[in-house]
Write a protein that binds this ligand. Structure first.
Ligand code: SF4
Ligand code: SF4
Length: 384
């Protein structure tokens, strides 16, 4: 798709990056079939191709209105379109740039609302007070330490997960300890920057990201084997750190090392001998987060680890579609979000499972509000 950048964007690096991405789109429309918002709303402007046209129009200097902003807001950033696209269009990067470009035109009350939510979620002191009211799971078991430490990893704590579901990282540390791996947790205020980044606050995101890179790079240099994420939404952000810097930027090489050393928990455990772990068998249904299957491009990974642990995983109808959580989407777009959740719960419940498991705190919290079936992080199946 050819784009003629307006004078305003011609020397703007983000404008140039967006132009490169748009040029790779051949407007074939294959992505429409797997876009959840196109399925729900049936409007081309709520499809990946339609949104690419909208961003192209902004870059070419055409005026846009509040409807255009809404079409971009209604995108889940689930990146299912990237998985489907035969031309490798980096839609996730493009929509983030598009949102940044339109942000100044947002009406004042939307800016205020979005900034309030953003600050509440990314300020641990504030969130620890409010978030406790919504706590999903508490720690039930004692902490284990490895008999013999064979290696050390850095475990990403996350900014909301320690308040909402502290059991997830607790069980993770215990499972790793049984395998002889010591997990050192990051501090809660070492937020990955994803919430700022996706809510058009790139400067705030960059401050957090650079602080993290400086600190985690030093830990990697001192012998930490890997950076492990138990929330795929944080994992995909850290894996994308290097894409935020130009190769000549002094942070690029350090960011690349941090990104390359980051693994989802399932990715890390898939390379380990898990035969010593004997989880209690139960009927489960698995929801694959978009940030894992489309963002990190790791479809089927958790399923393979669960199969190694003895669980039977039945296939879920429309497993490629988002559950409607999508970071802060469920807060800002509650109607579409609820509709997607109802569809997802229906498909996850078809096998009549005892437990629904997933791999991201956002999906876990969102799904658990729509069903009486317990919803857990898959690692919590090993909680004993
Ligand atoms: S599938 Fe890819 S190339 Fe085709 S319209 Fe969608 S984004 Fe463009
Ligand atoms: S990221 Fe998801 S919701 Fe947004 S255009 Fe792509 S498939 Fe549709």
């Amino acid at each position: 798709m050819q784009t003629k950048l307006s004078a305003q964007f011609i020397d703007n690096p983000k404008g140039q990056k967006a132009e490169d991405i748009i040029q790779s789109c051949v407007h074939c429309g294959f992505c429409l079939a797997t876009c959840p918002t196109y399925q729900v709303l049936g409007n081309e402007l709520d499809s990946p191709r339609g949104r690419i046209y909208l961003i192209k129009s902004v870059l070419e200097g055409n005026d846009f209105n509040q409807d255009s902003i809404q079409h971009l807001d209604q995108c889940l950033t689930c990146r299912a379109c990237e998985t489907t696209c035969p031309s490798g269009v980096k839609y996730g990067e493009l929509v983030d740039i598009g949102r940044e470009l339109i942000e100044p035109k947002r009406v004042w009350w939307q800016k205020l609302y979005r900034n309030t939510v953003r600050l509440a979620l990314t300020s641990p002191r504030l969130f620890n007070i409010v978030g406790r009211l919504f706590r999903h799971s508490s720690i039930q078991t004692a902490s284990l330490i490895p008999n013999e430490v064979k290696s050390r990893v850095l475990l990403l704590t996350g900014c909301v997960q320690p308040t909402l579901a502290p059991n997830i990282n607790h069980v993770t540390k215990n499972v790793l300890a049984k395998l002889g791996i010591e997990a050192i947790e990051t501090k809660q205020d070492e937020c990955c920057g994803a919430i700022d980044h996706h809510l058009s606050a790139p400067e705030s995101a960059l401050i957090k990201i650079k602080d993290n890179i400086d600190h985690w790079y030093d830990l990697l240099e001192s012998g930490i084997e890997a950076i492990i994420s138990t929330a795929s939404g944080c994992g995909v952000m850290v894996k994308d750190y290097a894409t935020l810097f130009k190769p000549e930027d002094p942070y690029y090489q350090k960011a690349l090392k941090v990104s390359n050393k980051t693994q989802d928990l399932a990715e890390y455990l898939s390379e380990k001998d898990l035969s010593s772990l004997k989880p209690k068998q139960t009927d489960i249904s698995y929801h694959a987060p978009c940030t894992l299957q489309h963002g990190q491009k790791l479809p089927g990974l958790v399923e393979s680890v669960l199969a190694k642990l003895g669980y039977q995983i039945s296939s879920i109808t429309d497993s490629h579609l988002c559950c409607g959580s999508a970071g802060t989407y469920s807060i800002f777009q509650p109607t579409i979000s609820k509709q997607l959740r109802n569809n997802k719960i229906q498909h996850l419940s078809e096998s009549n499972p005892d437990v629904i498991v997933t791999a991201n705190i956002g999906c876990l919290m969102h799904l658990s509000k729509g069903t009486a079936i317990p919803v857990k992080h898959w690692i919590e199946l090993l909680d004993s």
